[in-house]
Design a protein around this ligand. Sequence first.
Ligand SMILES: [Mg+2]
Length: 350
Amino acid sequence: MNPFAVAAFTVERRTIRLKTPFITALGRKDSTENVLVGVRLRSGVEGWGEASGSVVNARLRPTMLAAALRRMAASCRGRDARALAALTRATRAAGRTVLPAAAALECALTDAVRRSLGLGWAAWFGGAKARVETDLTLSAAPPAETAAAAQRAAAEGFRVLKVKVGTGYAADLARAEAADAAGRRGGRRPALILDGNQRLGRAGAVRLSEACLRRGLRAVLVEQPVPAADLGGLAWVSRRCPVPVAADESVQGPEDAVRVLAAGAAAVVNVKVAKMGLIGAVETVAAARAAGAGLMIGCMQESALGLSPSVGLALGTGAFGFVDLDSDWLLEADQPAGDFTRAGPWLSAA
Ligand SMILES: [Mg+2]
């Protein structure tokens, strides 16, 4: 009997409420409906993963993710979970349109293997860091709401705030200024990441960045100002923008990272386990590091359970200059438990 063989699996949908509605240039959400996947090995050891829908990709309905997960998990039954590369290749090929489902299953299988070996997530990925500091994302809300959220964040210890922009120059600037003014702690300005979610535009990105710097705001990064496929536009912004540019939606895996960096389209690559999976994320980290680019790690709307592999990747590789792992913090406390410790912005191994 092979103790590492996949014996059984469960797929379960969970609706988790957000503490406050989440608004981006693309939509608004009050709760997130995620899909949990659990695998049990013949030894009895279990592993878990979580697929989260996204405001950005409304096609990814929970019913679709759950159906894909059932199909993919069933194909793993009886297989040796340690054959992670082969299993991952097969599930990703079968699930091109539902990559978060393939990623969640990869996480669950890896979780079961690393638990079997007695390794924490951070140790699994190399154990480089004892803790990392994450930012906190603020919705694309009106300035008064942004100010209230930024003030709360500062009181909770967050020093890096990610502001959703792409809602028009005046509204974007007002929101960034509100975050800057209300997010100060002991007189120190928060660092600001401006996330355009593809809606900022070429000239808009440069104009907003310049205006922020002129006003003394600590804008440190502009994320995905133009549509994912517009690498020419991204390169244009990268050449002219006084703030470094990060590629997020433009990079779905290591091949995209190579393409984006070869085009000089971004200084930083945003790695997300939800879209790349774990092996894809590690390969993307390697590609970006080899090209001398900076790295960011982000998330969808995973609970602490689903966020655990990403926290482990950040801690274990120590590769990320920008950590945007805040989804558990944005959800109500009644959520599936994770395998890491959080103290405000500080994330460490459990
Ligand atoms: Mg983004």
